[in-house]
Design a protein. Structure first.
Length: 268
């Protein structure tokens, strides 16, 4: 017999979405073409995605909903029901977090810009058997768009004092034009990331370790590909830039794995 619950308990809290019996774990609904699509409960969604995302949890899915990244429908009893489209969107969000290390703000922008849940990760062409690694930013020259300090502060919600600290410690530099300081898209994203860290008390002086690490990694990759990057052959230079993109993403992924491994020791 399926479990039943009221939308709110006496304390006004949402019902606990525990594992339900099989007949309550999915519900069919029309898809507009006369066919019936199965909608899954939040527990069933966790089970469906657990193999690819072992750390998936009900609380994590709820958090993504709180961040307006997911909008499942609700049953009269208050339970969430996820359509196949909702599950595909969730899978895309989780992949962008895991594979591209994108913050939720950027993921929201990617989805709003039309990133298809079914679209493959942007990656390296060529050998189909080779694993592709790509970060959300390119080592190629930025688009040329510049943002004033006021624009950056408004978009990132950073404090002007924090940006001055980042300039002082060489994390961002900006560019003066007509007495006004501008930042390119990469530095704008750096400021946005630091603003998030600042919420936890991380200041500009704490970021020198990040800057030093990035400098060392950039120097290493430059040594590996320097001859090809200086080549007079345009095709060889292009291949070298593609390889640099791939190596940068591999290095980022490796650093992320090492960090996660060490952080796991803290939560044991």
């Amino acid at each position: 017999m399926a479990a039943h619950a009221t939308p709110r308990d006496a304390a006004g809290q949402e019902p606990l979405e525990l594992e339900l019996e099989p007949d309550a774990q999915q519900e069919e609904e029309p898809d507009g073409l006369g066919k019936r699509r199965k909608s899954l409960t939040i527990g069933a969604v966790c089970k469906a995605l657990a193999q690819e995302f072992p750390d998936i949890s009900i609380s994590k899915i709820r958090y993504l909903e709180d961040q307006k990244l997911l909008t499942p429908r609700r049953t009269p009893g208050g339970y969430r029901l996820y359509t196949p489209g909702d599950v595909a969107r969730l899978r895309t969000i989780l992949r962008m977090q895991r594979d591209e290390f994108l913050p939720l703000r950027v993921i929201r922008q990617e989805l709003a810009a039309g990133r298809s849940p079914a679209a493959p990760m942007p990656g390296r062409t060529g050998r189909e058997s080779a694993r592709s690694w790509r970060s959300s930013m390119s080592v190629r020259a930025p688009t040329g768009a510049l943002y004033s300090l006021e624009d950056v502060l408004e978009e990132t919600k950073a404090q002007a004092k924090l940006v001055r600290e980042l300039e002082e410690y060489g994390v961002v530099k900006g560019e003066l034009r007509g007495g006004v300081r501008y930042f390119d898209e990469t530095e704008r994203e750096i400021i946005a990331a630091v603003a998030e860290l600042a919420r936890y008390g991380v200041g500009g002086r704490n970021l020198r370790v990040f800057r030093s690490s990035a400098d060392r990694e950039a120097n290493l990759l430059q040594q590996i590909l320097a001859p090809a990057l200086r080549s007079r052959n345009p095709e060889r230079r292009k291949e070298a830039v593609d390889a640099l993109e791939n190596l940068a993403a591999v290095a980022t992924h490796l650093k992320h794995l090492l960090l996660i491994r060490d952080l796991r020791k803290i939560v044991r």
